[in-house]
Design a protein around this ligand. Structure first.
Ligand code: COA
Length: 246
């Protein structure tokens, strides 16, 4: 069964993370499929907006830790780098519906989305330092820009999570809705009905200010992240998680 399902309805492509038994932890294959779907949606005139959502109770528990240990991404040709590149460059409206846990890249990918709706159950966290890693996905630039240095670094350094109300107050999400997917799909449809060129130009203008510096930061983050993945600190944290699984 595919771990990324896709459905197109009236110009809105919905991509759903579908590995609920592993809390939608993301594998290389899943990143690869997401990247491919986004890249083909970018050049498909019939797709006007994309929604990322999830099956089950959670958005995603972040990168699959077994995959991190067995197949650490080391360069730009890795599937995770392709996914991050695809969301950085995606020219059309990208929306997300979040419920339950959104760990690691589950939160950092939202910083690239244009509209995020979360359910009251949503719980966001970026525990990179706790795992012996460093912020990724441009979050070391985008998150402090959004919430300020003090709040950002406290969240990065403690690994603490925050809820939907806090995420709304920070500006990480646009709305809270008990049915986040329904809520965001309505907005996606509204956007899909707008003149498409004007929508893409609007996004390009709003993203332009950060684009080049963001691309440079993402490259630097990726290099540090790849090194950190091979560190004793990371290995110890991963072993701890594996041991907890019993
Ligand atoms: N990678 C691989 N498997 C994961 C996973 C991950 N990132 N997150 C959860 N899973 C799996 C668990 O191993 C478990 O599978 P199992 O039943 O076959 O053992 C299943 O998903 C459910 O997770 P579980 O840990 O039992 O749920 P929980 O409610 O007790 O805890 C979390 C939820 C999110 C706190 C916990 O799963 C967790 O810390 N996950 C790791 C998050 C993380 O560090 N991600 C990387 C960020 S860079």
């Amino acid at each position: 069964m595919t771990e990324i399902t896709s459905l197109t309805n009236k110009g809105v492509l919905t991509l759903s993370l579908n590995r609920p038994q592993k809390m939608n932890a993301l594998t290389r294959q899943m990143y690869g499929q997401l990247a491919q779907s986004l890249n083909s949606a970018a050049s498909d005139a019939d797709i006007r907006a994309v929604v990322i959502t999830s099956e089950g109770e959670h958005f995603t528990a972040g990168n699959d830790i077994t995959d991190f240990m067995e197949n650490p991404p080391t360069d730009e040709s890795s599937e995770v780098a392709k996914f991050l590149g695809a969301i950085l460059e995606f020219p059309k409206p990208l929306l997300a519906a979040v419920k339950g846990n959104a760990v690691g890249i589950g939160t950092t990918m939202l910083l690239h989305c244009d509209v995020v709706v979360a359910s009251p159950t949503a719980k966001f966290s970026m525990p990179f330092a706790s795992l012996g890693l460093v912020p990724e996905g441009g979050s070391s630039l985008l998150f402090p820009a959004l919430v300020g240095y003090q709040r950002a670094i406290k969240i990065f350094m403690t690994g603490e999570s925050f809820d939907a109300t806090q995420a709304f107050e920070m500006g990480l999400i646009a709305a809270i809705d008990v049915d986040a997917l329904h809520g965001v799909s309505k907005i996606a449809q509204q956007i899909a009905n707008q003149p498409p060129r004007a929508i893409m130009n609007t996004k390009a203008l709003l993203k332009a200010r950060n684009h080049d510096s963001l691309a440079a930061v993402m490259k630097a983050e990726f290099e540090l992240f790849a090194l950190a993945l091979q560190s004793d600190e990371a290995m110890e944290a991963f072993m701890k998680f594996m041991a907890k699984k019993g």
